[in-house]
Design a protein around this ligand. Structure first.
Ligand code: FAD
Length: 435
């Protein structure tokens, strides 16, 4: 048993049995259930298999082909988005969709059908996947694409690793003139203003997202910084990458994120910008990956770990649901520093179980405080269920079985495509709970 294979939130697991695949033609384990794992950057238990083992693709790190004319890249599933950027960005290409960390594997990006700040323009990562090879536990290999094994293609995108091991992936990259981002940051005063900014920005800005001060109340509820940007034009000089790598070297004995530090950090962060609007050209790293600058930042939550709560609610219910969420968090005397709000577009997600759908999505981090945290999440669940929303499995360690079936009506059909020898702690919790 080792903590090498433990998820990013470090809750509810402290260790996990695992083996590493070394080559594309390796055999899978027999006589045991297992789960494919990428770089374990999921927060909860969708990349964990407490009662069995995980099969890590960590070492499947080879590029197979790249055409600098067309931007079509084929690589092994364990290649990280960081590795791709290092190779293709100097040649004028970029990843088509990226989550808030570049330390995710391509296989993990497919299996959670991840989204980024350009969802309103580009949809999910799965929208840019041309094909992949799937290895089933019986040793069968199949190439899946929109035209070859299309149902397995759709089940595997957002399929939480449960249909087989993705061995390699072919994606269409995005052509760019400049990897730097021409960024405007607007300090806004409340939730209504957020929605106006978002609506007015979608047509002209490829990337939009807001950080919100989730401790602000009353008239200021939902206030924050709205960031909107595009890749800079080719003639602009690229700013240099942030130079000082920071690290959290040890586990503090308790969470450093508490009521006092949250109040301080939120107020300081909100007020760090004096003017309403600020225009800058920034390196893509701090824009897309602000947290990657601090190695092991998940340790600040201490030995009990932390949870994220990310939901999406349809547009007609967004403002009320988000207002109520922030009120309940405040009433529970909890708070989050990493509170991110974004409006998804309406480009359909290709996966049977993909999370992104039209509406507003809010993501919040909480230190795990035992029953208090679950009690708060139960209250937030009521809001999401009432608002006809959904919770994101990649961030989850709490969702109830009935809620999963409501959020993901294809769950029953998905079982047809699930590999019989693959399972996860998440799947057992939401689809096979013991009585
Ligand atoms: C700081 C931070 C910011 C984030 N921001 C975002 C964001 O903005 N948007 C977003 O969508 N997500 C975000 N995430 C979540 C993250 O993008 C996803 O959890 C992603 O799937 C993690 O990839 P991974 O390689 O670490 O996969 P893991 O976490 O190891 O696994 C994720 C899932 O993929 C499956 N899997 C992994 N590899 C394979 C494979 N080769 N074959 C089959 N199945 C496989 C696993 O079984 C599991 O179900 C963020 C995470 C962090 C830590």
């Amino acid at each position: 048993m080792s903590d090498k294979y433990v998820s990013w939130g470090r809750y509810p697991f402290k260790n996990q049995k695992g083996v590493d695949l070394l080559w594309r033609d390796d055999q899978l384990p027999v006589n045991t259930n297992f789960l494919p794992q990428g770089n374990a950057r999921s927060y909860g238990d969708c990349c964990m298999n407490a009662d069995g083992m995980v099969v890590s693709t960590h070492n499947l790190k080879h590029f197979i082909s790249f055409d600098p004319e067309t931007g079509v890249l084929r690589c092994e599933a364990g290649v990280l988005l960081k590795d791709i950027l290092d190779v293709v960005e100097p040649q004028g290409w970029f990843v088509p969709v990226t989550p808030g960390t570049k330390f995710v594997s391509v296989g993990g990006a497919v299996a959670n059908d991840v989204h980024g700040k350009n969802h309103h323009v580009a949809g999910t990562f799965g929208c840019h996947v041309r094909s992949f090879e799937l290895l089933r536990s019986d040793g069968a290999r199949m190439v899946c694409s929109p035209s070859e094994n299309p149902e397995m293609f759709s089940a595997t995108i957002g399929g939480l690793g449960l249909t087989g091991v993705i061995v390699w992936v072919e994606i269409q990259l995005k052509k760019i003139a400049n990897s730097a981002i021409d960024l405007e940051t607007i300090k806004y005063s409340n939730l209504n203003e957020f929605f106006s900014l978002s609506a007015e920005s979608d047509a002209n800005y490829e990337y939009t997202v807001a950080w919100i001060d989730c401790l602000a109340r009353g008239e200021q509820l939902g206030r924050g910084h709205f960031m909107r940007g595009n890749h800079a034009s080719g003639n602009r000089k690229k700013p240099s990458r942030r130079s000082l790598p920071l690290t959290v070297p040890i586990d503090p004995p308790v969470s450093l994120v508490n009521a006092f530090s949250l109040k301080l950090m939120n107020a300081l962060y909100y007020n760090r910008q004096r003017t309403r609007s600020k225009q800058t050209i920034v390196h893509y790293d701090p824009f897309f990956y602000p947290l990657d600058g601090v190695k092991n930042w998940n340790r600040v939550y201490g030995p009990k770990g932390f949870l994220q709560y990310q939901f999406v609610v349809p547009a007609e219910n967004s403002a009320d649901a988000i207002r109520e969420t922030l009120d309940r968090i405040s009433a529970a005397n909890c708070g989050s520093f990493l509170a991110v709000l974004k409006v998804f577009g309406d480009k359909p997600s290709p996966g049977m179980l993909s999370f992104p759908r039209p509406g507003a999505t809010l993501a919040l981090d909480f230190p795990f405080q035992g029953e208090k945290t679950h009690a708060l999440f139960n209250q937030l669940d009521e809001i999401v269920v009432q608002a006809n929303g959904a919770i994101y499995p990649a961030k989850d360690a709490h969702m109830k079985p009935a809620h999963f079936r409501q959020y993901y009506p294809n769950a029953e059909r998905f079982k047809e495509f699930k590999d019989p020898n693959i399972t996860s702690s998440f799947w057992q919790r939401v689809m096979e709970p013991s009585a």
